[in-house]
Design a protein around this ligand. Sequence first.
Ligand code: ADP
Ligand code: MG
Length: 444
Amino acid sequence: MTNEELWEAALAELELNLSGPNFKTWFSQTSVLKRENRLIEIGCPTSYSRGRIEQRHYHQVKKVLDRLTKEENELIFSVDTSPKLPEKPFGPLFAEKKGLRKGIGLFPNYTFENFVVGGCNSLAHAVALAIVDKPGRAYNPVFFYSGVGLGKTHLIQAIGNEILTKRQNLSVLYCTGESFTNELLDSIQSGHRKTTAKFREKFRKTDVLLIDDIQFIAGRETTQEEFFNTFNALYMAKKQIILTSDKPPREIAKLEERLSSRFVGGMIADIQSPDFDVRVAILRNKAQALKVDIPDEVIDTIAEGVSTNIRELEGTFHQVLTYAQTQHLELTPETVIKILGDNFKKQKTAATPKKIIQTVCTYYTVKPKALKGKRRPKEIVRPRQVVMYLLRNLTELSLEQIGELLGGRDHTTVMYGIKRIEKLVEENLQIREQVNVVKQQICG
Ligand code: ADP
Ligand code: MG
């Protein structure tokens, strides 16, 4: 009997002896990790569940295992957080009750384990962990936004999966703004009251609602009305609501004010483009997952060439692998450049943060030290904002890192400064010229 078979048989028996909710709560995601010299190690998903099982069910578990193995065993319980598929059935009886563990719309391969964290997404990641820790109680609602391909879907799916694993009494529902809209319209078109009631129940009875790309509902009256009511019902019941979008709430065109004001009432976290180190880490992870050996220089070359979008980064990576394999080419940085064409050769600017600060200071005749100071006289504010703007546009620094460089200013200040210059560059010819001149001096 393998460990797996042993545990499956034990669970089937235990399930008969324990009340349904007890069994479900404490024994799903457990396993026999090791069996040696009459010592059986049982893995539990959390230290909490381990404590519970050990204290309350030790004798029941031992009795069953002793009988099945026809031996007197010692049991030890340990925490085993390795991910298991949420729907893993534990034998026939448990399988029948599988529907009890609700995770709708989740893909098990989006996890925290394979989500690389760096400056670009550390806030969003921290918020995500806090949600998993206290669904509905840490931050509610939560709104993540970023450009395409930067990890919003991955992150909220990971939240859903992790909640399912750690808190088996909670139900999770993932859905895109688009399918929310379509399902609603279908239910209305069917003309049956029951269908709309079912739709409402589905969205209002969940403990955790994840709506991806909520911007889709903007401009659609019926959908926004329905979502507003769904939102309120869940919010009042202290259920966790998590939304993503390509823009912050206030910038979504045609989104009703009553919705955007609710969204900004919660926690908002953005995800920025990944810096070089994060891109390298993501590619290394990929290579490892695919069990392929790829030279560091090759990974670096790809990471250097694709900087804005992780989906594109992954796409390029696969493209290179496939091509090199089918053409029997050795993987070198040169092959990568050959495969991906000359465009790919990054127009590497010589823009270092130091050079940017120096050039701006010389141009505006201010001292670098003044830029970092706490004071904000007029003559300093503009050059400081130009530095923020150029650091953002010419380097891979995050808002936080830019703030650090400028005397420990926080990222909202930096964001404000950048926005200010962006606006001026558009509207004011003089500023546009200034910025262009400085830019040319920096990039050569
Ligand atoms: P978005 O929803 O913001 O458009 P996705 O979540 O679909 O972006 O991410 C695009 C791809 O990049 C996915 O394959 C995802 O797994 C991957 N990805 C995004 N962010 C990360 C990250 N921090 N670590 C690892 N992979 C990531
Ligand atoms: Mg997405």
